[in-house]
Design a protein around this ligand. Structure first.
Ligand SMILES: Cc1ncc(C[n+]2csc(CCOP(=O)(O)OP(=O)(O)O)c2C)c(N)n1
Ligand SMILES: [Mg+2]
Length: 395
């Protein structure tokens, strides 16, 4: 018999002994802790422990242009979301907004090099993946405003932002459900022998749901071309991660499904980029799924109506000091690749684009109530609804 459970006092069976978990953890979950150091252009090794699936020792150089693109995209994501937050606070659009401010390095590092044919399965907090994959800003802001010019023609809430032309799945309200749909797309890609991959985002809170485990289990069994990205931002609404799981690193859960899991500093865009590229390439070439756990933090409340009183000011300040954008400015600065003037230029140019997109959305028409029946029912039923009086019972 193994050691006793410190909480219940029950004895673990031999197969679940702590040292067995430690072995799996060492094998399957590598931590990439060293922020940006050695990660890129000088080609030295990343710090890692355990015998990971990562081939960081032979990792190719990341070009200066790519490093600058990573920074520029993170900054644009930040500008977009801060604008969206202001518009929401001004009640210029209805519904809600779930900002990923503070988490940009994860979304950008993972999604920046996806091909248009690749699929993203986003969560409610992954609005910025649209920007990263190339969705026109006009379409994105029309989604926020629920106008007829939005990808779903004004049918749904701001958080349900999909974009079919670039294979971005529309997230449902049910958390983790996007993983099951994304897993289905990965199965379709495999069956049709396409080399397109799926990247499915979720939060650490969603790992407590059955869907999450069903998706990963199925992907493991079928060796599907999919990368699961768990953005562990410590909170699911007001629930601490400590109430979601007893393990320190969520990446270890991949071991249960037979594929690699890796934990990465989710505020280090270079580290995320490296880890994600390796996982995406493995998936693209028949190597099966990977679970990436990115440890990060959302600066604001769960949504724009959440004052987030459940967490301490110290915790927020501690994480703000780990701002992924400021960190990348320092990193680029050390390489003489950054200047305040360049940042200002990016900001000014992007703000003009945001102005135009907001104006476009605000001038776009609202959908008609009857439009909600389109693409849902047969024309017969739609016509019946349109002519409802004919069918009304007479009293
Ligand atoms: C099945 C289900 N349960 C609860 C909710 C309400 N809900 C929406 S978002 C959320 C928190 C999700 O937390 P996490 O997965 O950590 O993602 P984060 O919001 O931190 O990005 C909850 C509980 C829901 N939408 N679906
Ligand atoms: Mg969370």
């Amino acid at each position: 018999m193994g050691p006793s459970n410190p909480v219940s006092g029950a004895r673990f069976p031999e197969s679940l002994r702590y040292n067995e978990l430690a072995r799996i953890r060492a094998e399957m979950a590598t931590k990439v802790k060293e922020p940006m150091a050695a990660a890129a252009a000088n080609g030295t090794k990343q710090k890692a422990n355990g015998s990971s699936s990562s081939s960081s020792s032979s990792a190719p150089l990341i070009s200066n242009d790519k490093l600058k693109q990573l920074y520029q995209t993170m900054l644009q994501c930040r500008l977009l979301e801060e604008r969206a937050r202001i518009l929401k606070k001004q009640a210029r659009f209805k519904g809600n907004y779930y900002a990923a401010v503070g988490q940009e390095a994860t979304a950008v590092g993972v999604a920046i090099d996806l091909r248009p044919e690749d699929t993203i399965a986003p969560s409610h907090r992954d609005f910025i993946t649209g920007l990263i994959k190339g969705v026109p800003l006009e379409a994105m802001f029309s989604q926020l405003y629920g106008r007829t010019t939005s990808p779903d023609r004004g049918r749904s809430a701001p958080a349900h932002a999909g974009y079919a032309p670039l294979n971005i799945i529309t997230p449902a309200s049910t958390i983790a459900a996007q993983l099951n749909i994304g897993t289905g797309v990965a199965l379709a890609n495999q069956l049709t022998k396409k080399d397109d991959v799926v990247v499915a985002f979720s939060g650490e809170g969603s790992t407590s749901l059955g869907f999450w485990h069903e998706a990963l289990n199925f992907a493991g069994v079928r060796n599907l071309p999919i990368v699961y990205v768990c953005q562990n931002n410590l909170w699911a609404e007001s629930v601490s991660v400590k109430l979601q799981t007893k393990v320190e690193d969520i990446s270890i859960k991949a071991a249960a499904y037979g594929f690699p899991g890796i934990t990465v500093d989710g505020n280090d865009v270079v580290a995320v980029y490296r880890v994600a590229q390796e996982a995406i390439e493995r998936a693209r070439h028949g190597g099966g799924p990977t679970l990436i756990e990115a440890k990060t933090y959302r600066w604001y409340g769960h949504s724009e109506i959440d004052p987030a009183k459940y967490r301490t000011a110290e915790e927020v300040e501690e994480w703000k000091a780990k701002d992924p954008i400021a960190a990348m400015e320092r990193y680029l600065g050390d390489k003489n690749l950054f200047s305040s003037a360049w940042k200002q230029q990016i900001t000014d140019e992007f703000n003009k684009k945001l102005d135009a997109a907001v104006e476009f959305a605000e001038k776009s028409p609202q959908p008609e109530p009857i439009d909600c029946l389109d693409h849902l029912y047969s024309f017969d039923i739609r016509d019946r609804e349109l002519n409802r009086k004919i069918y009304s019972p007479k009293f």
